[in-house]
Structures are given as structure tokens and as C-alpha cells.
Design a protein around this ligand. Structure first.
Ligand code: F6P
Length: 539
């Protein structure tokens, strides 16, 4: 395997000055460096990966046993080794019927019955059969959760706006009182259902926001507040403690990680917004990508290729970040969603056996929708000193048939950006432009330098027919499996998140201190900040 890494490094050393655009002398490059699954296309021809690098990357996937590890995940083996858990979020979207065992128990019947309960509940709410305390139908849903109990449904409900025919959905995550306050202020408690979503039901942000929301309900509907509550959690004993009746609790098991949980009860707000049939389409999209991931040869396998492009850019080219750029306004929260999915999964510094990694792992993931980003940070993408691989997403058509001129502009801009990043603009071309503008002599040279684009900046493009529930399911599953492939190659465990624990523990020790207790024992900066904040007012 070291040979493969070495050979990839040699390929890079020999080709890093090569212009990506020169690779298109091969007129079939687009066809050979792109792959499709159910009308979704991944184009990675605008990277500096050539035939040799491609073959080496496939060998890397083979030698790190990506396929074997993938199969172990789908079979329910406990691949989350630090927590001795199976990883079976894929089972939530599967339509397979043969038994799937976790610790000797077939998990399929439970998945089916929970989905049915969710559907029954969602239909009852959507059709006004289940109402609030005073008999009024629910017009608004407030989901209280954070991280995986927020980002997935928040991102997806926004993405699927054209399919909304249920109650409006709102999301409260931040412990900052501004979030819950601004959200609730606009709502009528007698027509609002609050869903408390927390896998553990211990997360301080969610429990604090839940308490505030329950008080808000009680102030309006009194003891009948429980009629306005539902919960999503694996901790069924804890949900009853805050007065949520068992039939309003939708459980899931510890073999579904928080950031992979939107396919089950955490997706309840999505189902309430778009209805059970469309939610099943969403699951079908995820399942279709699973089938592709399981069955397509590695060299034509979208998640594998996306993962290998990630490895190429991170480890071979040493790029530190990647930008996710959906040219799809409704995917505006996709970058935030992927930040948790990717960085909480692969932001690790030790291998599965605990040894310190000897190569870089997960990059920083960031992004914004196009075309907005063009008028903000694209300057750096084109002319900055850092190279940031760009990952574009674009639909063939939008939902606004009467505004197809907008969509044409959107597509043209998306393609223009990847072309500009790759092709750039030479000094000579810039000189001609500056000269036409009337500059001469030294000023001409200076102006030309500023107007030169180095180009040769890699990008990939993911395209799909239209952002439907099915497509969204494909997109999310594609990125989930990409994280899996990269984690498998780095030999890390993408399914735990110990890195979030220390801050939580310290916040517990700091809470009494910000309320006035002695902060002796804390470092000088922390003590200074506590003193300063106390002096300024109640913190
Ligand atoms: O802070 C990290 C984390 O544990 C995430 O992994 C998780 O999605 C989030 O907190 C919320 O956890 P819970 O659903 O248990 O409230």
C-alpha cells in the first residue's frame, strides 16, 4: 500500500505543473472521467487526475479494502469499534425484506413499524385529525434539536420547499435565547406542535430550549401542553420524565449515528412538511445510491470516485479545504449539513487502532450557494494564494418553469466558474485587455498582473435532473458514502465524535463561574474573560 501512496506522490510531482486543460487533448476525457448513477452525474474531468493517477487511486481503494469495509457496514457488523456499534442508517431507507441482525435481533420489523407510526402521526397532524388543546389544527411545527437532530431536517425541508403541503417547519438549535425567542415570538402556541429531537435526550442546548418551549406552551394551553409535544429519541425513559406520552415518542436505535439520522424519526419534520409519499421518495433516492455504492464497479462508483477525488486533493495535492458550492438556492444549508457529516466524521487524528495517523485526514469543508458566493469569496478561489478544490452542484432544470431564464443564468454561471477556475487568464491575455482599456508602459504591466488568473484550479461538478425528494436522497447518501470511503482509506472511525466532549465538560465547570462562583484554577485568559464579562453585565 505504501507503494501506491508513493506512486501517487510521484505522479503528482511529475504533473503538478501540467495544465488540467491540456488533459482534454484526450477528446473522450469527459466520458472517461465522469460517472453516472440514476441520472446523477459526477464529472471529475476538471481535476489533474490522469489515467495513471486514476488507476492508482482505484488500487488504493482496493488495497485499503473499501469494498470489504462497505459490505461490513451494510451487513450490520459493529464497525464503530470505539463504541462497539453497528452502523445501519442505510437500513432506515432500505426496501429489502430479508432479516438484518444486530446482536441477534432482526432490526427490519422495528424500522417498518416506526416508519408506519411516523406516517400515521404525520397524516393525523397534516389532515387535522390530531389537534392542539383547543381543537385547532397545527399550522406550525417547531423542531428543537442540534447537530444531527437539527441540520438534516432543517437542510432538507428547505431543499424540498416546492413539495411542502403540510404545516410550516421551524428549527431551534442554538442555546442562545435569541433563537428560541425569535422563533416562538412569531407563532401561536395553540396551533404549534413542538418536536423535541435528541438522540440522547441529555444535550444541554436541546434540553434548555425544550424547557423554554414547554413553558411557552404551558403559559398558553396550561396542563394540556403535552398535546403540543412529540419527541424523537433513543432514550425512551427520559422522554416520559418531561411529560411526553409514549405514543408521541419516536425511537431509534444506537446503530444510527446522530449525523446519519434524518432517514428515520429525526426526519419527522420533513415528513410533516412534504407528506409520507414524498418522504418515501426521499428514502428511495438514498436507497438507490446505496444499491449503486454496493454494486457498481469501483471505477464507475460515484461515492468511491468522490472519495478518491477527496483523497487526491487532500493527501496528494495537500489542499486543506474544499468548497461545496450548490448552484441551487434551496440547498443553501447543504454546506452546513456537510460540515457536520464530514468534519465530525473524519476530523480525526488517530487510526482505528489508536495510533497517530501518519497522513492528513478530513479537510475543512465550507461553502455557500452560487451565485451568491461569486460576489463574496470567489475572488480568493480564482486569485488567492490557496488552492481550494471546488465542488459544484447543479440541476438541469429548476422548479420555476415560468422563470427558466433564471435557471439558464444559474447554469451558465456555474459552468463559467468551473471553466474560469481551470482555464484562467494568461498574463498576455490580461495585457491585451489592459491595453484596450488604455493602459501603457509600467502601468499596463501592473494592471495586467492584477487581471491575470492562474487557472489550473480543480473542480468537480455533480449534476442531476431536478431537486426532487428522490434527488435529495441521492445527494445525501452520496456524500455519506464519500465520507465512508475516505474514512476507510485513512483507517479511521467516522462514526464516533469524541472531539466534541471536552468542550461540553468544560462548559459544565464554567457555568457556575459565569454565574459568579470563583474561577480559581482556570487559565489566565479564561479568568480574565470571566471577570471582564461580569464587569460588563450579567453574562
Ligand atoms: O455535539 C455532538 C453531538 O453529539 C452530535 O454528534 C449530535 O448530532 C448532536 O450532538 C446532538 O445530539 P443529540 O441528538 O443526542 O441531542
Amino acid at each position: 500500500m505504501n507503494d501506491i501512496w508513493g506512486n501517487l506522490g510521484q505522479n503528482r510531482a511529475a504533473t503538478c505543473e501540467r495544465k488540467i486543460v491540456s488533459l482534454f487533448q484526450d477528446t473522450e476525457r469527459f466520458d472517461r472521467f465522469s460517472a453516472e448513477a440514476d441520472d446523477m452525474l459526477l464529472d471529475y474531468s476538471k481535476t489533474n487526475i490522469d489515467e495513471q493517477a486514476h488507476n492508482l487511486l482505484i488500487k488504493l481503494a482496493e488495497s485499503t479494502q473499501v469494498a470489504e469495509k462497505r459490505d461490513a457496514m451494510f451487513e450490520g457488523r459493529p464497525i464503530n469499534l470505539t463504541e462497539t456499534r453497528s452502523v445501519l442508517h442505510t437500513a432506515l431507507r432500505s426496501n429489502e425484506v430479508e432479516p438484518l441482525f444486530v446482536q441477534g435481533v432482526d432490526v427490519r420489523p422495528g424500522i417498518v413499524s416506526t416508519l408506519k407510526r411516523m406516517e400515521q402521526f404525520a397524516n393525523d397532524i397534516r389532515f387535522g385529525r390530531v389537534t392542539g388543546a383547543n381543537g385547532q389544527a397545527f399550522t406550525d411545527i417547531v423542531n428543537i434539536g442540534i447537530g444531527g437532530s437539527d441540520l438534516g431536517p432543517a437542510m432538507s425541508t428547505l431543499a424540498l420547499r416546492p413539495y411542502h403541503d403540510g404545516p410550516r417547519c421551524h428549527f431551534v438549535s442554538n442555546v442562545d435565547g435569541a433563537h428560541v425567542s425569535d422563533t416562538l415570538r412569531a407563532l401561536d402556541p395553540s396551533k404549534t406542535l413542538v418536536i423535541i429531537a435528541s438522540k440522547t435526550f441529555t444535550t444541554i442546548e436541546t434540553m434548555t430550549n425544550a424547557e423554554t418551549a414547554i413553558n411557552w406552551l404551558r403559559n398558553s394551553v396550561g396542563e394540556e401542553a403535552h398535546l403540543h409535544l412529540a419527541a424523537v429519541s433513543t432514550a425512551l425513559n427520559k422522554t416520559s420524565e418531561i411529560g411526553i406520552t409514549p405514543e408521541r415518542v419516536f425511537g431509534f436505535e444506537d446503530w444510527v449515528g446522530g449525523r446519519y439520522s434524518l432517514w428515520g424519526p429525526v426526519g419527522l419534520p420533513i415528513m410533516l412538511a412534504i407528506g409520507a409519499n414524498q418522504f418515501r421518495q426521499f428514502l428511495a433516492g438514498g436507497f438507490a445510491m446505496d444499491q449503486h455504492f454496493k454494486n457498481a464497479p469501483l471505477a464507475r462508483n460515484l461515492p468511491v470516485l468522490l472519495g478518491l477525488v477527496g483523497i487526491w486533493h487532500r493527501n496528494i495535492c495537500d489542499y486543506q479545504t474544499r468548497a461545496v458550492l450548490p448552484y441551487d438556492q434551496r440547498l443553501q444549508r447543504l454546506p452546513a449539513y456537510l460540515q457536520q457529516l464530514d468534519m465530525e466524521s473524519n476530523g480525526k487524528r488517530v487510526a482505528i487502532d489508536g495510533a497517530t495517523l501518519n497522513r492528513k485526514s478530513g479537510p475543512v469543508v465550507w461553502g455557500e450557494p452560487g451565485t451568491n458566493g461569486q460576489h463574496a469569496f470567489f475572488q480568493l478561489l480564482h486569485q488567492g494564494t490557496e488552492v481550494v478544490p471546488a465542488e459544484f452542484l447543479i440541476a438541469a432544470t429548476g422548479h420555476e418553469g415560468d422563470l427558466s431564464n433564471h435557471h439558464e443564468l444559474l447554469k451558465a454561471n456555474c459552468l463559467a466558474q468551473s471553466e474560469a477556475l481551470m482555464v484562467g487568464r494568461s498574463f498576455e491575455e490580461a495585457e491585451t485587455i489592459a491595453s484596450k482599456l488604455g493602459f501603457t508602459g509600467a502601468e499596463l504591466q501592473k494592471q495586467a498582473s492584477h487581471r491575470t488568473f492562474p487557472g489550473n484550479r480543480p473542480s468537480i461538478t455533480i449534476s442531476y435532473p431536478k431537486l426532487t425528494p428522490f434527488t435529495l436522497g441521492q445527494v445525501i447518501a452520496l456524500f455519506e458514502h464519500r465520507v465512508f470511503v475516505e474514512g476507510a482509506i485513512w483507517d479511521i472511525n467516522p462514526f464516533d465524535q469524541w472531539g466534541v466532549e471536552l468542550g461540553k465538560e468544560l462548559a459544565n465547570t464554567l457555568l457556575p463561574m459565569v454565574k459568579g462562583a470563583s474561577c480559581k484554577g482556570k487559565d489566565g485568559s479564561t479568568q480574565g474573560l470571566i471577570r471582564h464579562l461580569s464587569k460588563l453585565g450579567t453574562v
